[in-house]
Design a protein around this ligand. Structure first.
Ligand SMILES: [Zn+2]
Length: 470
């Protein structure tokens, strides 16, 4: 299979360090707020990637951290009158619940910075001993970027260019503008940990290098995260780990694209943050997963209300198709050996850099060929594929009839129409038709249509559906 490796800026054949085993690390959330859609995209992207690897038979060791201490957590905890650790714990519990509600599986390891402080101090001490880092008189420790010659490889930047782009902070006691903090001194009375350099807190980048080493080892197969982390965060992780461990940190770097809301960057100041917990009050978890997976993971994804409504509509369509397929197969009473044609089509897409978008587009084409639902070979191939895909995508996991019913009633509520009202109208219309009063029957159809309800006549009678969902 092929994976787009950001390190070499091209798709490459995927090979593991150890046969059959994948070690993967993804930079997780800083818990200074609840999870928003950007976090959800990352969590779902790597959830699906892990699920797919496991489906392919790999043993996956997947670590994704929580950064559970930073300035904002400390300031928020002061306002609440609780300790930062207590606030972080509450947030971690709450965010874990969000992932569960979104159908995101727990990683193998969920390291937290505040639980790795001794290892971080040891890592920083090592870098000082090896000459790659230095402590300042005030008790900060910096990584000396110029000592590491590979700096800039991941983000494709040259050191000289970086020097021009870095804001020179004259107040700082670091030796070079490019140097970054491994340890930051804090004042007396501030929250921090004792260290050989005085009381302080770890820098952000050193956390990940340390947690990777502690939980997965010196070298891993895949390092992931959002595109916004390539520089400087991932560049700095590489520098620290390479100097500490004398080997490459990760063979493949995978970055998911970012999210815009109705064309604008998601930001606190614009007030367009979409919190996952708020969305889950309105949409099924699968709607959110679908809205993300219908795009390739590297794309910038515009995800406003319209995209979510469209995702809901598409899922409604697929659930109806799945329901029809299941019923057709049940009623066919034919013994059909399922073939793996459609599943193979899925594997082909996923083997090409996890192209979930391509496969979902293919599904529309496949479903358009079902016609009268009497090609049982094709239907059984589809049904067989869905059984495997549902656990990888975390889609189509509901009972189709239940899902269809729930969506219909959600829309009925919004339209302010009851099912009883529709059923009464359908019965009345049937009477008119029986009496050949077609004008009156059409009046009823038009009346329902104006309320957003459409009628479908078949030999089995009349059924209704929601116009907006088509
Ligand atoms: Zn990281």
């Amino acid at each position: 299979m092929k994976v787009f490796n950001v390190l070499h800026r091209k798709k490459e054949e995927f090979e593991t360090l150890e046969p059959g085993v994948i070690k993967m690390y993804v930079c997780g959330m800083t818990v200074n707020g609840e999870a928003h859609l950007g976090h959800a995209r990352q969590a779902i992207t790597f959830d699906v990637i892990v699920n797919y690897f496991r489906f392919k038979g790999y043993k996956v060791e997947y670590a994704s951290n929580y950064t559970d201490i930073d300035d904002r957590i400390i300031n928020q905890s002061k306002e609440l009158g609780i300790s930062p650790l207590e606030l972080a714990e509450q947030r971690v519990q709450s965010i874990n619940k969000t992932w569960e509600a979104l159908g995101v599986s727990e990683p193998t390891y969920r390291p937290r910075v505040t639980k790795c402080i001794p290892e971080i101090i040891e890592f920083v001490s090592d870098l000082i001993d090896k000459g790659y880092a230095y402590a300042t008189p005030v008790g900060d420790v910096y990584f000396c970027v110029k000592k590491y010659h590979g700096y800039g490889t991941l983000s494709n930047r040259k050191i000289d260019e970086l020097i021009n782009s870095v804001r020179i902070e004259s107040a700082e006691s670091k030796e070079d503008a490019l140097d970054f903090a491994l340890w930051k001194a804090v004042g007396q009375g501030e929250f921090g940990w004792d260290s050989p350099w005085g009381k302080g807190r770890p820098g952000w980048h050193i956390e990940c290098s340390t947690m990777i080493k502690k939980f997965l080892g010196k070298q891993i197969d895949i390092h992931g995260g959002g595109k916004d982390l390539v520089f400087p965060h991932h560049e700095n992780e590489i520098a620290q780990s390479k100097c500490e461990n004398d080997c490459d940190l990760a063979n493949y770097w995978i970055h998911n694209g970012l999210i815009t809301v109705d064309g604008q960057k998601m930001s606190k100041s614009l007030g367009n943050f979409m919190l996952v917990n708020d969305l889950l009050k309105v949409y099924d978890k699968e709607v959110i997963r679908y809205a993300i997976l219908v795009n390739h993971y590297t794309s910038t994804l515009d995800l406003g209300e319209n995209a979510l409504k469209q995702a809901e509509k598409s899922l409604y369509y697929f659930y109806n198709v799945i329901n029809n397929v299941e019923n057709a197969l049940k009623n066919s009473q034919q013994e059909i050996t399922p073939n793996a044609d459609i599943l193979n089509q899925f594997i082909e897409c996923m083997d090409d850099d996890f192209n979930t978008a391509k496969f979902i587009a293919d599904m529309f084409t496949i479903c358009s060929k079902f016609g009268k639902y009497n090609d049982f070979k094709l239907l059984s191939s589809f049904s067989y594929a869905i059984q495997k895909i549902k656990d990888i995508f975390g889609l189509f996991t509901h009972s189709p009839s239940e899902f269809i019913k729930n969506i219909k009633f959600k829309y009925l509520n919004a339209l302010n129409v009851t099912e009883q009202y529709i059923e009464d109208k359908i019965a009345l219309r049937a009477d008119f038709k029986a009496n050949k009063d077609y004008a009156k029957a059409d009046e009823i159809r038009n009346e329902l249509d104006s309320k957003g309800i459409m009628l479908k006549d078949s030999s089995n009678g009349t059924t209704w559906d929601i116009k907006q969902l088509y």
